[in-house]
Design a protein around this ligand. Structure first.
Ligand code: GDP
Length: 527
């Protein structure tokens, strides 16, 4: 590929993830996006979702794993662009992976249930986006229902998420009276047509909110709606591309994913404004996406539980250069050159294996435990990408063995599972407990299952009163010693050998932070 063609190829990429609270409509909107991307002909199911009565245990998850590996990343073309959508596990499978996936994207789509407004999972995910000032585009969903006053929802986005909200289109009514959306910038109405949930809906437009056609569409609501739009223009932020790219302002679209309406308008805005692949920081310098030498980092590892393929897939974001089949890469941490002959690529729809991947793309590398989260791969350069952290767990359990003679195997298993990102493990300084920490509750089940299956260790969990964890550090060795002495009951060493403060309550954490101003309490830790 010539250099110019290579650059063009990179600039086409739009790599993003969806952040939302469970049930806001992420799965539904993903299906519609794939429909627009021609990736599926009929808006069928993206993944086998568990119904309310289905078992939600680890085995069920395993049966779905074959599908979930491929739905982890979905690549589809749309309007001259190549869109990479990275799945962010959301329901019971919410985990640290969800957070870490956000380090591998260039922007996010925030889906909000219009009736519920900003919910807590979204707040947490937004905090992660803040670490890199990731640009956020918003979709307020479920306009076919009676939702809250749209102005109120925007206010909530601004107040709770601390980001300016700039409506691009405005809903004309809602619920049964939903007539469509009005683009505030083009003065165009896109008329709602129901019954197109599984197809690409027609795009019927009316030019001008003051036109006779608009009056006819809006009927007795016409005057109220025009007044409202006047008000909205005056009272909301105007779209500003630079502010969006800086992560300070979110353009907002309204629609209904279920009826596949407003999704196209949102997608059009997305491919127009969302950033092309952004370079990444390393320990030594910033790597531009356009640089020619290949580089990438691993942000997620998925164990393959199929007994016939006991391998793992490491998900790598390509940061620069080109991956091509059969190429040699340097596994920097191990200082080894490895030949990659069969990386998994993720073209939704026709699953032709793609032979090349460029900056912004994701590839999957088969391995048997030699790859860890945060690992850097290059064409030979000694680089180490930063910004792929561990996130402080929010759930904790004490783990106990059924057979006390298996302590070694337990420690080994936990160590490896924590390197893989399935869990985090903590060894308290003042006792012989082992504490397991996770971001999502299903992680505990996964860990217990895998300990038994792969390490032949039967373990049980016990509740433990820990509310949150912070990695602790202090430049002043004397102050650090004092802190270690006085807080020994709350301190432990994590699987990576780092000093960690386990707080029984949030209040306790605040007090500790106040009492030890020279100690840094960090909610993330680099690999
Ligand atoms: P996820 O948990 O965020 O992936 O949410 P889903 O896409 O599974 O949606 C949760 C529920 O909301 C499902 O029953 C969907 O059918 C429903 N839903 C999604 N979008 C809409 C919408 O625009 N309108 C209505 N009325 N329901 C929707």
């Amino acid at each position: 590929m010539s250099h110019a063609a290579h650059l063009k190829n990179i600039q086409k990429r739009r790599t993003f993830a969806i952040i939302s609270h469970p049930d806001a409509g992420k799965t539904t909107i993903t299906e519609k996006l794939l429909l627009f991307g021609n990736a599926i002909q009929v808006g069928g199911s993206v993944k086998g979702k568990r119904g309310p009565h289905a078992k939600s245990d680890w085995m069920t998850m395993e049966q779905e794993r074959g599908i979930s590996v491929t739905s982890s990343v979905m690549q589809f073309p749309y309007k001259e662009r190549i869109v990479n959508l990275l799945d962010t596990p959301g329901h019971e499978d919410f985990s640290e992976d969800t957070y870490r996936t956000l380090t591998a994207v260039d922007s996010v789509l925030m889906v909000i249930d219009g009736a519920k407004g900003v919910e807590d999972r979204t707040i947490k995910l937004m905090d992660v986006c803040r670490l890199r000032d990731t640009p956020i585009l918003s979709f307020i969903n479920k306009m076919d229902r009676d939702i809250r006053d749209p102005i109120e929802v925007l206010d909530e986005v601004e107040d709770v998420l601390k980001i300016a909200a700039a409506p691009i289109n405005w809903p004309l009514g809602m619920g049964r009276d939903f007539k469509g959306v009005y683009n505030l910038y083009t003065d165009t109405i896109h008329v709602f047509a129901s019954g197109h949930g599984h197809t690409i809906p027609p795009d019927t437009q009316i030019k001008g909110i003051d036109s006779p056609e608009a009056s006819e569409l809006l009927g007795s609501y016409a005057d109220d709606i025009r007044d409202e739009i006047e008000l909205v223009r005056g009272a909301t932020h105007e779209f500003d591309l630079d502010e969006y790219l800086a992560g300070r302002l979110t353009p907002v679209f309204f629609g209904t994913a279920l009826a596949n309406f407003g999704v196209r308008e949102m997608l059009d805005g997305f491919v127009e404004w969302a950033p092309k692949p952004i370079g990444r920081e390393t320990k030594s310098h910033f790597v531009e996406a356009e640089s020619e030498a290949f580089s990438g980092f691993v942000f997620k590892i998925q164990a393959n539980m199929d007994p016939r393929h006991r391998d793992r897939i490491a998900f790598m974001r390509v940061c620069s250069g080109v991956y091509s089949k059969g190429m040699k890469m340097r596994h920097v941490r191990l200082g080894k050159d490895v030949k990659i002959s069969d990386a998994v690529t993720f073209m939704a729809g026709d699953r032709e294996s793609v032979e090349e991947a460029v900056a912004g793309d994701i590839i999957g590398l088969h391995n048997h435990g030699t790859i860890q989260i945060g690992d850097t791969f290059t064409e030979g350069e000694d680089l180490k990408f930063t910004g792929i952290p561990h996130f402080a767990p929010e759930l904790f359990r004490r783990i106990r063995l059924k057979d006390p003679l298996k302590t070694k195997a337990l420690q080994k298993g936990l160590q490896q599972l924590s390197e893989e990102g399935s869990t985090q493990v903590f060894f308290p300084m003042n006792n012989n407990d082992i504490v397991v920490g996770a971001v999502g509750v299903l992680q505990f089940e996964v860990v217990a299952y895998r300990l038994k299956d792969e390490y032949k260790v039967e373990a049980i969990y016990e509740p433990v009163s820990i509310a949150t964890a912070r990695w602790a550090d202090c430049d002043d060795p004397k102050k650090l010693e004092e802190f270690k002495r006085k807080c020994a009951d709350n301190l432990c060493i994590d699987g990576g050998g780092h000093l960690t403060y386990l707080a029984p309550t949030r209040v306790n954490l605040s007090l500790a932070e106040e009492r030890y101003p020279d100690v840094e309490f960090r909610a993330t830790r680099e690999h």
